[in-house]
Design a binder for this molecule. Structure first.
Ligand code: 2BA
Length: 110
């Protein structure tokens, strides 16, 4: 079994949860905040059998869109020595989705 952790944009979250449920996947939705934009996003947890992993990833890919978003001014940027801050808003491309796939040792429902 695998655990999919998918960080998606709020705009895609409800449709993605609905489509995943329609396709028979169990899903848990968490309200999260991105470290760079400091804006709300959504993280989904989904446990899937190995043979359904690709089907679940295909649903995420189908539903989630990439979008342009402006960062707030003074967004922390990584720097070689310490931290630097962007003086002006910069445009970034967010999404479709940031997806982690983890192997599950045990799946227990008590
Ligand atoms: P945020 O951290 O708010 O990042 C939003 C978008 O800002 C990112 O989109 C990326 O295009 C840009 N960005 C992030 N860090 C940057 C930097 N240091 N310099 C310039 N631009 C930067 P995505 O890559 O699609 O990520 C969307 C969200 O996924 C992120 O929101 C974060 O919540 C999550 N995420 C992305 N990579 C992650 C990772 N390695 N570990 C955990 N969460 C991650």
């Amino acid at each position: 079994m695998k655990l999919i952790i998918a960080v998606v944009q709020d705009e895609d979250a409800n449709r993605l949860v609905g489509t995943m449920m329609d396709e028979g996947f169990g899903v848990t939705k968490l309200a999260t905040t991105g470290g760079f934009l400091r804006a709300g996003n959504t993280t989904l947890l989904c446990g899937v059998d190995d043979d359904r992993l690709e089907a679940c990833l295909a649903v995420i890919e189908k539903v989630c869109r990439s979008r342009q978003q402006m960062s707030p001014a003074h967004t922390p940027m990584s720097a070689i020595n310490g931290t630097a801050y962007a003086a002006f808003p910069i445009e970034v491309t967010v999404g479709g989705a940031t997806v982690f796939v983890l192997s599950v040792d045990q799946f227990i429902k008590i």
